[in-house]
Design a protein around this ligand. Sequence first.
Ligand SMILES: Nc1nc2c(ncn2[C@@H]2O[C@H](COP(=O)(O)OP(=O)(O)O)[C@@H](O)[C@H]2O)c(=O)[nH]1
Ligand SMILES: [Mg+2]
Length: 292
Amino acid sequence: MNIQWYPGHMTKTRRQIEADLKNVDLVAEIVDARIPVSSRNPDIDTLCVGKPRLIVLNRADQADPAMNRLWADKFRSLGYAVLETDAKSGRGIQQFSSMVRQALGEQIARWREKGQVGRPVRAMVVGVPNVGKSTFINKVARKKSAKAGDRPGVTRGKQWVNVDGGLDLLDTPGILWPKFEDDRIGMYLAFTGAVKDEIMDVETLGCHLMSLLALRYPQALMESYKLSQLPGREGEENDISYGYRLLEACAQKRGMRISGGEWDTQRMARTLLDEYRGGKLGRFTLEVPQKQ
Ligand SMILES: Nc1nc2c(ncn2[C@@H]2O[C@H](COP(=O)(O)OP(=O)(O)O)[C@@H](O)[C@H]2O)c(=O)[nH]1
Ligand SMILES: [Mg+2]
């Protein structure tokens, strides 16, 4: 992933998506189940106003199963249809087509009244980079970058992928930008690997991730790094300072030293990020739904 979002780029993307929206009945918004807040586009509601939307909690295999349920409930309570998927293995994908039809039940009934029986439903897939849009589309369509016949006037050169006779998918995933104004969001996107580490130095990123995991998943963190207990957090201690002490403790357990004899917290931070992204520490969800 290497997209720079500049005002011009964002405007062009917004226009493209607005134009594509005219040709679809529903929008499938793909969200990263590990960070369901940070992986959403801030302008999606304005962009998709009036379009039925389905939220796909993708990467469910990498997220905490109990939190997947909480998030699904949360989005349902906001009025969205929700589907949990692991686009890599294909789990949950087979329900997509029936969920789309269900979400469009009234619309389909109206088409039927007008005699438009058998009109296929058209859906567009949108999401921020790296959430799994392409993988999702390929799995739904059961083929790799499938090509279907252009429909003059409707698609203007775009490819429609026919999924099962009743569902057409727009083959160009709408790539939306994440929210930038909030540093926390940039950091969460870096934790999962959705944006490059360069937004922050690796050690600082590692300190923040350590603090967060110690708060949300202390048991798993202790088990992964064989810590008999987590160091206590001092009164006003900030995430960086506390995370740094955790990095030291883990580096010690792993025998990571630098030449002067100090613990190699830099290397430990790198290891933590790699292991978190590789799912070696467990299935962790970093954002919790807010209570209403
Ligand atoms: N474990 C896991 N990996 C996934 C999932 N979805 C996508 N990926 C992987 O994430 C990477 C980025 O996916 P891609 O479809 O290119 O994301 P896009 O930028 O949104 O189109 C690829 O290596 C995929 O194999 C998922 O649900 N679970
Ligand atoms: Mg892609």
